[in-house]
Each structure stands twice: as structure tokens, then as C-alpha cells.
Design a protein. Sequence first.
Length: 358
Amino acid sequence: MYDVVVVGGGIGGLTVAAAISARGMNTCVLERQSQVGGCVARVKFSGYDFEPGMGLYTSFGPGGIYEKLFSQLPVELPAVSLVTSPYVKRSADGTDIRLSNEDLYTIAGGPASLAERLAESIKLSGGNVRLDSPVLRLAFDDSNRATGVDLLSGERVPARKAIVSNMTVWDTYGKLVGLNRTPPEIKKHLNTLRGTGVYVVYAALEEAAVARLPGELMLVEDSEGEFTMAISPASSGPEGKRAVTFTYRMEVEPWFAYQSSAEDYEEWDQEALERFWTRLHTAMPELGGDIEIIETANPRTYYEQTRRKLGMVMGVEGAAAMHRTVLPNVFMVGDTVSAIASLDSVVETAMVVARIQL
Ligand SMILES: Cc1cc2nc3c(=O)[nH]c(=O)nc-3n(C[C@H](O)[C@H](O)[C@H](O)COP(=O)(O)OP(=O)(O)OC[C@H]3O[C@@H](n4cnc5c(N)ncnc54)[C@H](O)[C@@H]3O)c2cc1C
């Protein structure tokens, strides 16, 4: 019997589990994927190791949130270093401005290393991280107290003290707690809460093109909005090439509403890519022919990978700190209950839940 069961091995779930297992609580993380990390899990295609996010990682400095967390754990923080290449904002008129990168860090091995290090910490503290373990719902006793979770496989995993959900706020209620146990005012609130999705293009870039760019992290504005570019280190691809990740925010509904068949969906994805390809070459002419598309990810891909409602992976605008649920021993962590959808904000709120609620 575990003290605490954590549903989901994203950064939120792993942080809370690492913090409480280091304090001696018997903890189990249940992750449906075959690797930890959720939104920052490793992205590998065709021999390239892609940056899963926008490459903007802050608060790793002295006195920052990671130092506080790892000072409590039996493992070291993965090696980090300040970003050396300029962080450049390109305006729609083509002007380049160097942004401050005083608090921007490169994490050795990428952000997935952070997730993996937290998983290692949980195990070293005597806890368990079970992969390929999708959770179906909470288990209840006769007095309606949550007593653990039921896995899709039919297995029950009991929790003596608490259950922590790293699922989104929508899925915590819709799937774990169950809509029949969700009060109408919360249902209403969840219906009005909105998050955004992203479209991501993973590409291979020749070193010659990297040398022509003003920086390896860029925020590019154009007539359609903005997108980011994060070039991974030299070790991210075959010799002479680099993995590069382009990301822009987008509405999620069309990805789920308009396609009536798999062909429709393919066509929709192809159109999104072609539109972006034109934008990219217009805004960044120095890429020339030295770039090759390897893969894309859209709200449907993110839904498949993380099971987050409508693939809304960029948190919730103005999210309230709702760590408690309607059930006294069920809590939430993650970017839909954190101030902003960033790793440091998710870590910070998960540490609050670990310290105050558990
Ligand atoms: C494209 C992109 C770029 C980003 N760039 C940056 C950046 O540059 N800097 C930054 O700080 N932040 C960035 N972010 C934000 C940051 O990565 C996320 O906010 C953060 O990783 C979310 O962590 P989480 O724990 O809330 O959720 P998730 O990472 O979504 O973790 C939830 C986990 O729960 C699992 N799960 C779901 N359902 C079940 C179930 N039924 N049973 C078991 N497990 C389940 C999922 O598989 C997943 O592993 C980016 C996000 C995206 C998507």
C-alpha cells in the first residue's frame, strides 16, 4: 500500500513525488507513456534529438526554484549552463533585437533530463515510477473516500493518504473524479476555461545555415503572429547537421471539429505545414535550401501523446491556483493549475502542494 499515488509523470507529478518520497512517504507515479516527461519527454526522429519545447528555461540560477528542490533530493540537478548564443527577436520588418538571456539556461541532455533525474530521485528514495500504466479512474470506498486508482488493465493501486493528479484540471474532473461527482459550478467553470495548443515543426538544419543566423534561440514576428526557433546542440544530429524545433501557438478546436476522416486530417495537417513553410522562408530567408522537415506535431498529436483535452498543452490563461479538488484527499499539480505554463512555474506549484497538502 502506497502513502501517495501520483497520476502522470510530467514535471508536475514527478516534482511532487520526488519531494515527498525524499521525506519518506511511500510514493508511486503511474505514467501512461513508456517514458517520463509528458510535454518535455524525449523527441527523437530519424537520428535527431529534438528540443521538445521552445528552449526557454529559467530559474536555474543560485537561489532559484530548482536549487531549492534539488537541495531536498538525493540526486544532483542535471548540469545547466547559461545560454551563450544571443536570444534574438526578429520583428515583422526584419529588424533583429538581442533580448536578455541573463536567466536563460541550457539543460544538458535537454529538459527530458530533468524529468529523468526526478524519476531517479523517486526510485532512490524508495518510491516507484511505473511506465505504460494508464489510469482509468479513482477507486472509492463505501463512504465515498478516494482510496486509490484503477488502471486501464483492471489493477487497483491503493493510496493510504492521498492521490495527486498531474492530469489537466479538465481531465482530473472528467476522467479521475468523474463528472457525476463534479459539482455544477465546477463543471460550468471548466467549460469556460480555455487553453491554447501549438503547432511544432521538427527539422534538420545544415551547420552552414546555423552560422548565417543571428542566434540559436529566436522569437520571430510576422504578419500572421509569431513563432519560436530553438536549435539543439551540435550533438543533436549527424555530423554537420542540427536538430531544430519551430513552435507557434494555435487554436485547438479546428483540429478536432472539421475532419470527418483520416484523409481530411492528413490534408489539414499538410496545409498547416505548407502555410508555415511559406512563413518560415519569408521571415528567415537565410535558411535557404539548408533545411529539411523531419516531423510535425499538432493539437491532435499532443492529445495522443499526453491525453490532454483537445491537445491544450500551453496551460490556461489566468489559471487559478486550484490545487484542491472537491475530494479532500485528491490534489492537482501541473500547468493548468500553475500561474503560467512553464517548467519553473509547474515545479514551484508542485513544491507548494508537496509542502502544504501532503
Ligand atoms: C511545444 C511546447 C513548448 C514549450 N516550451 C517551453 C519552454 O521553452 N520553457 C518552459 O519553461 N516551458 C515550456 N513549455 C511548457 C512546459 O513544457 C509544460 O508546461 C510542462 O512540461 C507541463 O508539465 P505538466 O506536469 O503540467 O504536464 P504534462 O507534461 O502534460 O504531464 C502530464 C503527464 O500525465 C500523463 N497522463 C495523462 N493521462 C494519464 C493517465 N490517465 N494515466 C497515467 N498518466 C497520464 C501524461 O502522459 C503526461 O506524461 C512548453 C510546452 C510545449 C507543449
